[in-house]
Design a protein around this ligand. Structure first.
Ligand code: AMP
Ligand code: MG
Length: 325
């Protein structure tokens, strides 16, 4: 934990004054505001360039603080909270009176989570309220997993950046709709589907790319500047070399076992052997390839189990059609 007590106090003061604080969490860095201050919440959307219909996650210090943030806590939500909080699981529940409509894009549900990071928890405790925090990046681009990423992308638009070291998980939380009797996964993330199913005792549906259930989303998200193209694992090298020959500056994602063989492209990222390390590194790799001047990134999808499901989801979104400008 790099942030000191006086940094935490300072950050809590910024939140109380209606300012924005970038805070470390175990998933990615968040752009936080006092969840009960509609003007501060509105500034988040402005700084991110995020459509105001796209709802935010409210971060609280523990399941014992749910009162007022949600209307009721169904048994299944209580079970999941007991098992996975603090942790990378967000529960969508019926909105309580403390949540302004600005934070939920007008929805009568709210997304809530307890982050598993000592600095985030210390801030929530010092502040005493709830903090709405989407990822601390411009809308649609790669999420930050270090304080430096936040400074590079948002600079002076944030009033204070709390540094808590690199995010351990590296991809966003898993979002589960727990408003009804049968929970469903709205977004795969840091808690695996298998872990959720083991606790629930039944299988869970995972949304396909074609069924975007949340308003305000467009297909491309988590995207670097370079165009991302996904292909079969065995075609990554040949397609990448061909694109490089055609004049692109190509970056490739290759399994570590391949990465030593000479590949005639601009930049190679060695995919770590464990899915946990891949998830932790994913956004940093995308940023690195942008920084190295790549205009095209070629990768294949990991097997979609465990954290591979979230990684594949982010890569698909990164490769999704870009909005026309
Ligand atoms: P971000 O914090 O940028 O990772 O985005 C927050 C995610 O939570 C987005 O995908 C939102 O669509 C989702 N989300 C927040 N509130 C709700 C809600 N009430 N119902 C469904 N999804 C939500
Ligand atoms: Mg985000």
């Amino acid at each position: 934990m790099t942030a000191r007590t006086n940094d935490i106090e300072k950050a809590a003061g910024v939140l109380r004054a209606g300012g924005l604080v970038a805070l470390p969490t175990e998933t990615v860095y968040g752009l936080g505001a006092n969840a009960e201050d509609p003007a501060a919440v509105a500034r988040i959307f402005q700084v991110k360039g995020r459509p105001s219909s796209h709802p935010l996650i409210v971060h609280i210090g523990g399941a014992e603080h749910l009162d007022g943030w949600v209307e009721d806590v169904p048994a299944v939500a209580r079970l999941l909270a007991e098992h996975f909080w603090p942790g990378p699981l967000t529960l969508v529940l019926r909105r309580g009176p403390r949540v302004p409509l600005e934070a939920t894009g007008g929805l009568d549900t709210v997304a809530v989570r307890v982050p598993d990071h000592p600095v985030a928890l210390a801030l929530l405790s010092a502040f005493g309220g709830g903090v709405t925090a989407p990822s601390a990046n411009r809308f649609g681009s790669v999420s930050p997993t270090t304080a430096d990423h936040v400074r590079a992308e948002l600079g002076d638009a944030v009033d204070f950046v709390l540094d808590g070291g690199p995010s351990e998980v590296g991809v966003e939380s898993t979002i589960v709709d727990a408003t009804g009797d049968i929970p469903s996964i709205l977004r795969p993330g840091g808690v695996t589907r298998e872990d959720l199913e083991a606790v629930l005792g039944h299988s869970l549906e995972v949304p396909s790319m074609s069924r975007v259930r949340v308003p305000g989303q467009h297909p491309s998200h988590y995207a670097p500047r370079a165009r991302v193209v996904l292909t079969e694992p065995e075609k990554v090298v040949s397609e990448a070399e061909l694109a490089q020959e055609l004049g692109h500056q190509v970056g490739v994602f290759l399994p570590a076992s391949f990465a030593d063989a000479p590949v005639k492209v601009h930049a190679v990222v060695a995919i770590p052997g464990s899915m946990a390390a891949y998830a932790r590194g994913l956004y940093g790799f995308l940023r690195e390839l942008d920084q190295r001047g790549c205009d095209l990134i070629i990768a294949s999808l990991p097997v979609e189990e465990g954290l591979g499901l979230a990684i594949a989801n982010r890569l698909r979104r990164a490769a999704g059609p870009r909005p026309t400008v």
